[in-house]
Design a protein around this ligand. Structure first.
Ligand code: TRP
Length: 452
């Protein structure tokens, strides 16, 4: 596909909706609460928010800028912007590998979510005790083929939409469904905080106890921030290449980061009071949301309706994220390997399905296979969020801060001088010094501090 055929987003709002659709997903509602839970609550939240706005927003602007300037997929972008220093291509490759790994474990969780729509609709959780609900979760995730089936359905659905092009279906539906997700989340928050014994959960989330913070927790906060914002692996390079030249990258990034953080905090508010009210453990890991929320729905009037609706919307939020993950790979297949969009989509999705099946089964038949004490699923999650994405973000910061010239980056951020860009000096200082140093320190300290 030549540049002339490149279809970009039609409007600023479309660009924001698509990029926010990528950012807001399982990372906010499934991953964020259990990561907060495993790292001690409030203090982790403070560090997380600091990372999102201090590092996340400037890096997001940088990623979008690289894509928009190059008008290319993630590998092509580094070819175009660094024709003589081929070393930068490895950053493109790292991005592609990371997208592949993330997508494969992400689609497993997305599959669980779809299964929860079905289970909720059939009243499977109704009247069950918290222990029984946890048991249902454990049983179906360890089933020898059901999770693979649902994962496959999800991968196929994503593929269908990506072959059709993202704008019409997804951009349109995102604009409606994201606000609905927000309203439902709000209702859940209200129900959760009014449960008896809820205050413990609110304390846990908002009362920082900094003694619980160590290198590992800081590294997790950074990994979570990058994961949630879809940063550090070229996703936003790809989307940036679809953004119109006249859109304001600062505004776009701030809106996305704020919406993303709001949804994450809201899901914390929906979950932690309920965790404590139902006597569950905040540190129970990836199963947290799936074990806790059915109890909240049980305690609500019209619980079944809310449950079905909620898991459906969560599936859709996940879908807008998997679309962005697949789009990274497909854009590369189309523009670098010169495949048709359909063929690239089918090939990538088949690969994802095979790897995803291994991840799905690592909760059941393959749970005995561990690497460094982690199951395959946990390994992919940890490897990408804790190492690959921070490394990708570090390399990106060096690329935009040191490799691209001041003129190039100013031109892109100011839309060729038409925006004032009074923040430019601060932005450049962050990407040149603060971000690389912070990312490096956190990576090294975190790697030494945690057993991995
Ligand atoms: N940010 C998404 C979420 O929070 C997940 C996601 C989509 C992602 N695209 C990505 C994560 C690219 C990392 C990189 O659910």
């Amino acid at each position: 596909m030549g540049n002339s055929e490149r279809k970009g987003f039609a409007s600023s709002f479309g660009a924001i909706a698509a990029a926010a659709g990528s950012a807001i997903g399982l990372g906010n509602i499934w991953r964020f609460p259990y990561t907060v839970g495993a790292n001690g609550g409030g203090a982790f939240l403070c560090i997380y928010i600091l990372f999102v706005f201090l590092l996340g927003v400037p890096l997001m602007m940088g990623e979008l800028m690289v894509g928009r300037k190059a008008q290319k997929d993630v590998l092509g972008a580094y070819k175009v912007l660094s024709p003589t220093h081929k070393g930068w291509l490895s950053l493109g490759w790292l991005s592609l590998i990371t997208a592949f790994l993330i997508y494969s474990f992400y689609s497993v969780v997305a599959g669980w979510t779809v299964n929860y729509v079905v289970l909720s609709a059939s009243g499977r959780f109704m009247g069950e005790t918290p222990a029984a609900i946890s048991q249902i979760f454990a049983e179906f995730t360890s089933h020898p083929w059901i999770p693979v089936l649902y994962m496959g359905i999800f991968v196929a659905l994503t593929a269908i939409i990506v072959t059709k092009g993202v704008q019409k279906g997804i951009e349109k539906s995102c604009k409606v469904l994201m606000p609905v997700l927000f309203i439902l989340m709000f209702v859940l928050c209200i129900r959760s905080v009014t449960l008896p014994g809820a205050s413990k959960g609110i304390d846990f989330l908002f009362n920082p106890d900094f003694s619980k913070i160590n290198g590992g927790a800081i590294l997790s906060a950074l990994g979570q921030a990058l994961f949630s914002l879809s940063l550090g692996m070229g996703c936003l390079v790809t989307y940036g290449s679809y953004i119109r030249k006249q859109d304001n990258l600062l505004k776009t990034s701030v809106v996305i980061a704020s919406a993303d953080t709001l949804i994450a905090v809201m899901s914390g508010v929906a979950i932690f009071p309920a965790v404590f009210a139902f006597g569950l453990s905040p540190a129970s890991g990836p199963s947290l949301v799936y074990e806790v929320l059915p109890n909240v729905f049980n305690a609500m009037a019209f619980g079944t309706v809310f449950a079905v609706f909620f898991f459906l919307l969560l599936s859709i939020a996940a879908l807008t994220s998997t679309i962005s993950l697949l789009e990274i790979l497909v854009a590369w297949g189309v523009e670098e390997l010169h495949q048709s969009r359909t063929k690239a989509t089918i090939l990538c999705s088949t690969g994802i399905f095979l790897l995803g099946a291994v991840c799905a089964l690592s909760f059941g038949p393959l749970s005995h296979i561990t690497i460094c004490g982690l199951t395959i699923f946990d390994l992919f999650d940890k490897l990408t969020a804790t190492y690959f994405m921070p490394i990708g973000a570090l390399a990106l910061a060096v690329f935009i801060g040191w490799h691209l010239t001041k003129e190039e980056t100013f031109d892109e951020l100011s839309n060729s001088g038409s925006l004032k860009c009074s923040y430019y000096k601060a932005w450049r200082f962050i990407v040149r010094y603060i971000a690389p140093i912070a990312l490096f320190v956190v990576l090294v300290a975190g790697s030494l501090g945690i057993e991995f």
